[in-house]
Design a protein around this ligand. Sequence first.
Ligand SMILES: [Zn+2]
Length: 464
Amino acid sequence: MLKFYNTLSRKKEVFRPRKKKKVNLFVCGPTTYDFSHLGHARTYISYDMLVNYLKFLGYKIFYLQNITDIDDKIILRAKKEKKKWLELARFFEKEYLKDMKALKIDSVTRYARATEHIEEIQSQVKRLLKKGYAYQIEDGIYYDIKKFKDYGKLSRRSVEQAEDAVSRIDTARKKRNIGDFCLWKFSKANEPKWPSPWGDGRPGWHIEDTAISEKYFGVQYDIHGGARDLVFPHHEAEIAQMEAVSNKKPMVKYWLHAGFLTINGRKMAKSLGNFITIKDFLKKYIPDVLRFIVFSSHYRSPLDFSDKLAKEAKTNLEKLEEFLRKLRETKGKPGKDNKNLIENFEKKFFEVLEDDFNTPKAKGLIFDFISKINKKIDENQLSQKETKTIYNFFKKINKIFNILDFKKIERKEVLSKEIKKLVELREKYRLQKNWKKVDEVRKKIKKLGYEIEDTSQGPKVKKD
Ligand SMILES: [Zn+2]
């Protein structure tokens, strides 16, 4: 039975979507004022795998992501760089989408820009005003958190604790409570603005998500994801807005939060000089390495990135590829408990995934299984039919994780005539037991960049 840890209940719960096999999922998208970094990559790869997994299980998914293309940070950076805010926002949106494509993330059904949902945003603000949850002061419309009885239920904070956390980031003086957040911000001179019944302005950050999710999903839906640091105040505010508007709860049935990413044990920050963009990463490694790193850690756990970790991931991926190549060439006899071994592995693999998508455990099972199968291959105890079963299993689960390049694995190495001749020559000397000559030819082959290995099926040549 599939279970997910729900931040709202702080428990693992059996996953039962609102409408049987149909799942509506929303994940907070980027604010497009800068290049995306490894923290973003971790979050979005996690949800990409999760969505692929749900599809694999037969669910029909609508994966919705918002794009925050109007925000103080965008306005500020545009001013600094003497650019138009919209140009800057569109530029970084393009870069974000390029990064996602490079990371093989293709599960998002729809990206929705905040600026293209102003009408929906204003409609929610209107309803909140009418119901008495919102009020107007000189610089905008605010949400009164004391009016919403359930405020704090996701982050487990009281209104007072909420105020403590918010006071540093929002200092509008005339608010009723320090923790009250802005729904509609009146624009100052030369700032982007949209007309509204209350005055020209722009939307607050929290309201765009609920306006967008209401448009595509209605007032209640299945899963909301995002990085853990969004639980408060962002997701708490979303609940306050939507449940106050609709009078229906819960707005979201399952809240799934992804863990933080640190770099060598420290928070990633430009000021610390350890800020790694996705583009930086991809200059050094292939995307599969990052996907493998994400796969190796649980989506809810913190992930500490380092070059050592990336190198380990690279080595592990190579091991996996090597194993799959070897499988394709294995034609042994059927072994004794092979059937059991393979079936148990597959069963356990899917069991750990059902338990809150425990990918590190799944990874452990894979490498344990590989070492057992490698032994069987060495002992000539694996039939072609069995290798095919195993190979196809890996091909199947790669639809979820997308960490392996099967085209590369299945590409036939075309050897030059020269190498082929040398291999034949070496084989001739080997059968004559002329070890000195064997070694000489081996060295020649190595000089050309190839390594030769004797297996039960004859000599095998591979790139050094
Ligand atoms: Zn959001």
